[in-house]
Design a protein around this ligand. Structure first.
Ligand SMILES: Cc1cc2nc3c(=O)[nH]c(=O)nc-3n(C[C@H](O)[C@H](O)[C@H](O)COP(=O)(O)OP(=O)(O)OC[C@H]3O[C@@H](n4cnc5c(N)ncnc54)[C@H](O)[C@@H]3O)c2cc1C
Length: 436
């Protein structure tokens, strides 16, 4: 077996994860650390998609914005993810009908479509080079999963989804993913894939051009609430009219009321060496993104230089595995045994924020403090919609924000140290149910 994976680096250091994305950046950001005191209209904590999208939306509306990022822009899940840009927000909006009403459910569905269009619009408007490519396949391993996909297809048709959709039989799916693992699926030309770190940095650059001030290596350490919230860092502070907390799974207990509602869960990826044209065309002939629809799902796609980027292995223990490749490579070979002799160039992972009901948490802590978090593994689009609804409510339009704010989110039992082990047990139960 040919294998030359890079030496294992810790998953989380102060630098960007040692990923394919970090190795293929368009440019490196070098924003200053915050020093001294600053006054702005809005201070955003967290420089991932949630924070940057919010800042950009606000800057487009003429607000003065500062973003505090603890490490580097896009350092968190944003710069580490599968890059799959998939329609929809949260899981099964119908379950919230008694909290948000039928109009609210419909609004969530429509925002789940708008979120993808928003990303496409950003890429076009600011000419962001992030390898955006449309085309995505939901793949079923079992009959029940195929039934769920058919239900999804009907729901999308009913809502006049504006893009090509096609249900795929076992033979047809091979035109998109040439593996014996799948019994069928659905092609969606309104979803796709992109280079997430380059998207985030491109959006930051666009926001900077509109006057947003970015600070790296500037963790928010303390929040002083009041008429004008003040955020303290080790060498400075920002006073603002509105504060937006967008630190998601990495924010810890900076604000325990929301920290207790989101659990960090690890998701991991590997990237192969670039594949020869004949080989990649025999695996993913149309260059679409692919997810299976299991609870512990596999997600994969080709990069612009035609590596297979393969992810999966959700880990609820709160600890990163010692050897990501050893766990993920067998899963990749289960899908594509054809890759037995291909080497793995990168392995990395990151923390996704999970809430108990799998609906992103977009809400208000105080009249002038907002937050957005807990997109689970489906945040590339939803973070952008969160940024838009937060900008709307701060500008005085609360309607769409209220839909999310009216959804109740449970605080996980177990406190800071026992939340993750309890969730690990809960998820094991669901996975066992899926197996039997
Ligand atoms: C391996 C992996 C694969 C994934 N694949 C996909 C996918 O294919 N498609 C999809 O839609 N979603 C995917 N996701 C989920 C998606 O990446 C996230 O939902 C999304 O990036 C969340 O963005 P965010 O800005 O809310 O959080 P993050 O990107 O995690 O950003 C939070 C930022 O806040 C900073 N921060 C935290 N606390 C502070 C503080 N006190 N002061 C200052 N800064 C602070 C952190 O340093 C971090 O940079 C994946 C996630 C992972 C980890």
């Amino acid at each position: 077996m040919k294998q030359k994976a890079k030496p294992k680096a810790p998953v989380h250091t102060e630098a960007h994860a040692d990923s394919y994305y970090a190795a293929s950046l368009n440019f490196v950001t070098d924003y200053p650390e915050l020093e001294g005191s600053l006054t702005v209209d809005i201070c955003v904590v967290g420089g991932g998609f949630s924070g940057v999208a919010t800042a950009l939306e606000l800057a487009e509306r003429g607000f003065r914005v500062a973003v505090l990022e603890a490490r580097k822009m896009g350092w968190g899940a944003t710069g580490r993810n599968g890059g799959q840009l998939i329609r929809g927000i949260g899981e099964e909006p119908e379950q919230f009908r008694n909290q948000v009403g039928s109009d609210g459910v419909e609004a969530i569905h429509q925002m789940g479509f708008e979120a993808v269009e928003l990303v496409r619009e950003r890429v076009r408007k600011y000419d962001i080079q992030c390898d955006l490519k449309m085309g995505y396949v939901d793949a079923a391993i079992k009959p029940k999963q195929m039934n769920d996909i058919c239900d999804d297809y009907e729901s999308l048709q009913k809502r006049n989804y504006a893009h090509e959709l096609q249900l795929l039989s076992k033979d047809e799916i091979k035109k998109y993913v040439n593996s014996d693992r799948y019994m069928g699926g659905m092609l969606d030309m309104g979803s796709g894939h992109l280079h997430p770190l380059n998207l985030c940095l491109g959006e930051a650059r666009a926001a900077e051009a509109l006057g947003v001030q970015f600070f790296e290596h500037s963790p928010a350490l303390k929040i002083h609430k009041g008429d004008l919230p003040r955020v303290e860092t080790s060498k400075g502070s920002v006073t603002c009219q509105f504060l937006v907390l967008a630190g998601n799974a990495y924010m810890g207990d900076l604000e325990p009321k929301i920290g207790g509602k989101v659990l960090p869960a690890g998701s991991y990826m590997i990237a192969t060496e670039p594949l020869e044209e004949k080989l990649w065309k025999s695996l993913i002939p149309q260059d679409t993104a692919i997810c299976d629809v299991s609870i512990a799902l596999d997600y994969f796609r080709l990069s612009a230089d035609k590596r297979l980027l393969f992810g999966g292995m959700c880990n609820y223990s709160g600890r990163d595995p010692r050897d990501i490749m050893a766990s993920l490579r067998p899963k990749m070979l289960r899908v594509f045994p054809q890759l037995e002799s291909v080497s793995i160039d990168y392995q990395w992972g990151g923390m996704i924020g999970i809430g108990a009901n799998r609906m992103p948490q977009i809400g208000r802590l105080e009249s002038n403090i907002y937050f957005a978090q807990a997109y689970a593994g489906h945040g590339v689009n939803a973070t952008h919609m969160a940024g838009r609804v937060l900008a709307e409510v701060i500008s005085g339009q609360a309607e769409r924000f209220d839909v999310f704010a009216n959804i109740r989110h449970m605080t996980f039992p177990g406190g800071r140290y026992f939340r993750s082990p309890l969730l690990a047990l809960g998820m094991l139960w669901y996975r066992l149910k899926e197996v039997v």
